[in-house]
Ligand binder design. Sequence first.
Ligand SMILES: Nc1ncnc2c1ncn2[C@@H]1O[C@H](COP(=O)(O)OP(=O)(O)OP(=O)(O)O)[C@@H](O)[C@H]1O
Ligand SMILES: [Mg+2]
Length: 324
Amino acid sequence: MATGDQLKSLIRSHYSDQSERFYTLALQVAAYEAKLGHVALAHDIKQILDTERKKNGPQIIPFPQDLKGLVLTEEPEVLLSSLVIPESLFERIHLLVHEYRQQEKLKAYGLSNRRKMLLIGPPGTGKTMTARALARELHLNLNTIQVDRLVTKFMGETSAKLRQIFDLMQQISGVYLFDEFDAIGGERSLDNDVGEMRRVLNAFLQFIEQDTSDSIIIAATNNPRLLDQALIRRFDDVLYYNTPTAEERKHLTENVLNTFKGSDLIWNDILSESEGLSHAEIDIACRDSIKIAILNDTNKVNHDLLMKTIQNRQNARKGMKGES
Ligand SMILES: Nc1ncnc2c1ncn2[C@@H]1O[C@H](COP(=O)(O)OP(=O)(O)OP(=O)(O)O)[C@@H](O)[C@H]1O
Ligand SMILES: [Mg+2]
């Protein structure tokens, strides 16, 4: 049987007309029952929800017209399990999920669930993917705010736009990803312009502190040196991403190649060849090799082929750095 807290939240969400929240909570009840081994009940609950949702469609709240193009919304399909990251990062992510699901229990003790995360790390290491997978896990939409665009396009009214975005978070629960976050997270002491950026950062600090929404706020950047200390304090968690270790490169390569993996792979060579590449670059190399295997009608990625596509990525990277 669902927990008392779950039932109370479910009833509350019904009477406060939060149909999306009701849907999420009911799904959580189903998941909870499944975990207890009540698979048939879980299945029945899901079926009722699916039928009703098909009838009524998801609740669509119109986006304010002037935020169109600034906030991109998607319903991601990425699974948390497809992320290849260190166990310590998984633990932080699972804790956020756990506290989100148990938020009513925490509220009863005057505590709020952790829901503000700062992700720092080099390009292509899984920051955006984490936001996607979290949204999927929590049955929420992912709303991405392209911070650099917000800043360059709306110079002078960036703080007002930020206010609108924080209002939106309150109205429409979701995962809100502030991408390229260093565009507003720069140190306040670096007075690099007419003071506009300092005002924007101060506004952000104020909004994030006052925010009482149910939304998950994620900020991502690959430029940690620019981030203001005052800002880092506002997040419940700061997660550091990195390019993959040898073990992670093997795990990722095996995941992506999947059934296309050839039987002659020499891991020592492959792992030394892929050293320094990001997850995203390894993902591309693997997909490139799969495409070649398909077009050659072999449908298997053999050692030489994989080595070649990895070398291509290394060359692309070295080319960018101006090395020979
Ligand atoms: N940790 C990871 N585990 C598995 N796949 C990954 C990981 N990181 C990246 N990828 C692959 O690379 C793609 C791009 O990664 P992602 O967009 O998450 O990078 P990012 O860290 O947000 O980079 P940027 O700083 O450039 O925005 C993902 O869609 C996925 O296919
Ligand atoms: Mg990203």
